[in-house]
Design a protein around this ligand. Sequence first.
Ligand SMILES: Cc1ncc(COP(=O)(O)O)c(C=O)c1O
Length: 322
Amino acid sequence: MLNRLKNLQLLIGNTPILKLQDDTINLFTKIESQNYMGSVKIRAAIYIIQEAIKENLINKNTTVIESSSGNMAISLALICRTLGINFIAVIDPNINSYYEKVLRTLAYKVEKVTERDSVGGYLSSRIKKVKELCINIPESFWTNQYENINNAKAHYYGLGKEISEYFDELHYAFIGVSSGGTISGVSKRLREKHKGIKIIAVDSEGSSIFRNDFKKRHIPGIGSSFTTSHVKNSIIDDVVIVSEVNSIIGCKLLLEEHGIFVGGSSGTCYIAIKEYFKNNMLSGNDKPNVIFISPDGGSPYIDTIYNEDWINETYMQSLINI
Ligand SMILES: Cc1ncc(COP(=O)(O)O)c(C=O)c1O
């Protein structure tokens, strides 16, 4: 089975790092939409599947199951297609219409939960559904991005290594958090070479990862209804929380100021950087080297964060509900 993944491996990683114009810092971003299936998540998906095959947890009769807000699911769907095995995606209403269409094309089955969990998100409902499916389907395998150590390891060996080797000196990395696999693996790798680097976690307002916040969120990919072991095991220097409206502004600024068309979590990180360096004055004359990861591209968000009608409807409704 592992041989079948070889062509896919050629389409993953070595994504570009772009330097963006900025007056106060040397600002860089890693464009993960250049990976196959358009996001950072294919790195974690293929590594988790590959290691599970090696450990005989997956064979040709296995049904792979995962809860995802989109990127992980479409990556796993493609990988399972390549392997000729079934994949069931457990999604929720926040998924982009584009991702949902891709999934309904590539996955064996799509299960959409509609019930919000006790903190107003969908994650716990999705996981409940995954557990039910695992009980009812013989020879099922839950990739479990939230707790599977191979999620973080994928980023230690892939994304983290690539960023670390690009820089002689790196002072700050801003990383959006959901499952925490990215921040866990990347931060571990960066700290090995770049002593004194500051790892800044970026989260969405209403997410319960870093504080007890309960608010409806609409932008997939960033934030979570609970704190995973990946996050608990990461050494994080600071956390910046960004409202969804500001995330959208971040996406628009990236497009207007730099011609970069990216997804919601990238815009969230861009605003986090602007706020962070406004509040934390830099000392010394040298500009610090700062990177943020852009986990996916803008196209899947064309009907949401790049659509004025959706923005007005979504956030006006939130204001009315307050
Ligand atoms: C668009 C996007 N940004 C950020 C993340 C966060 O990555 P992680 O789950 O590794 O914390 C994800 C994860 O799905 C994502 O899809």
